[in-house]
Each structure stands twice: as C-alpha cells, then as structure tokens.
Design a protein around this ligand. Structure first.
Ligand code: HEC
Length: 144
C-alpha cells in the first residue's frame, strides 16, 4: 500500500518535470538583459571578493593544512580555538593572518607563546598557513 502511493508520487513528479521541459526556452527569455546581469555579477564578485584578489592555490592550502597540525592544540583542527585564550583563525583574511604572523616573528606584536611559535616560520610557511586558515568556510548565526 505504502509503496504504491510512493510510486504515484514519483509518477506525478516526473510528469511535472516533463511538463516543465515542454514549457519553452525560459532562460532565453532574459535575452540581452540576462547577459548584462551575468556580466555585472561577475564584475561585482571580482571587485568585491577579497578571496579573488589573493587567490590561494589548492597546493598552498594543502601545504598549510599539513603545517597547521602543530597549531591545532590551541587553534583547533579547523581554526576554531580549543583553548579560551587563543583566537579563532578560521575564515580570517589571509592578508591579516600573514601580517600577524610576521609581526609575531619580528617581535612587533609581542606575545609569550606566538613569538616563540612564529620565530622559525619562513615566508612560505606563513603564506601556506594563512592560505589554509583563510580558506576554511564559516557560517555566522545571529544570537537569539
Ligand atoms: C600553545 C598554544 C598555541 C599554539 C600551539 C599556537 N598558537 Fe597561535 N595564538 C595563541 C594565542 C594565546 C594567541 C593570542 C596571542 C595574542 O594575544 O597576541 C595566538 C594568536 C595567533 C594569531 C593571531 C590571531 C589574531 O586574531 O590576531 C595567529 C595568526 C596565530 N596565533 C597563528 C598560529 C599558527 C599558524 C600556529 C601554528 C604554527 C599557532 N598559532 C600555534 C596560542 C597558540
């Protein structure tokens, strides 16, 4: 009985699909306006997305993930901190992370822990680590 009614639903759904396909070339009706909209979106994304400006390569992100193993004790596996005094790194702009790590390394931003950790890092290490953390996607939810 149950199976039969499911089949009916599936049958109706596929009928609807076929109907929709027969309804004509809907996407084409946008015409030149559609093309302009697509162009505007592409331009907007290119100009507004900080990620596009500093596109991190997949290889850099992967290398960063490997190098970040030693950071996970405090900053968490995915950059969400596991200790209360360490900040989250996930989703931070790569440019910001690079700047902070270089500041710890040079002593410009003094911190007992991070100065020691950043000292041996090369510019490549810093770029890879920053690529990894900035590539992690977060979803923000407003408080209730
Ligand atoms: C023992 C714990 C610990 C480890 C391990 C650790 N960190 Fe940190 N990290 C901290 C703390 C604590 C701070 C906050 C320091 C401050 O107040 O400046 C921090 C701050 C940072 C910041 C600055 C973030 C911001 O919002 O300004 C970056 C970037 C960072 N850590 C990267 C790393 C990376 C990359 C590694 C691994 C190579 C690492 N950390 C390993 C504890 C740690």
């Amino acid at each position: 009985m149950r199976r039969a009614s499911l089949q009916t639903v599936a049958g109706k759904a596929s009928a609807r699909l076929h109907g929709a396909r027969g309804a004509g070339p809907a996407p084409r009706s946008l015409g030149p306006l559609g093309a302009w909209l697509a162009l505007a979106c592409a331009l907007g994304l290119g100009l507004l997305s900080p990620q596009a400006a500093q596109a991190q390569s997949a290889a850099q992100i992967k290398a960063g993930q490997d190098k970040a193993r030693s950071c996970a004790v405090c900053h968490g596996q995915l950059g969400i901190s596991s200790v209360p005094n360490a900040p989250n790194l996930a989703g931070q702009p790569a440019m910001y992370l690079v700047e902070q790590l270089k500041a710890y390394r040079s002593g410009k931003r003094p911190n007992e822990i991070m100065s020691v950790i950043a000292r041996p890092l090369t510019d490549d290490d810093i770029a890879d680590l920053s690529a990894w953390y900035s590539a992690i996607r977060l979803e923000a939810t407003a408080p209730n």
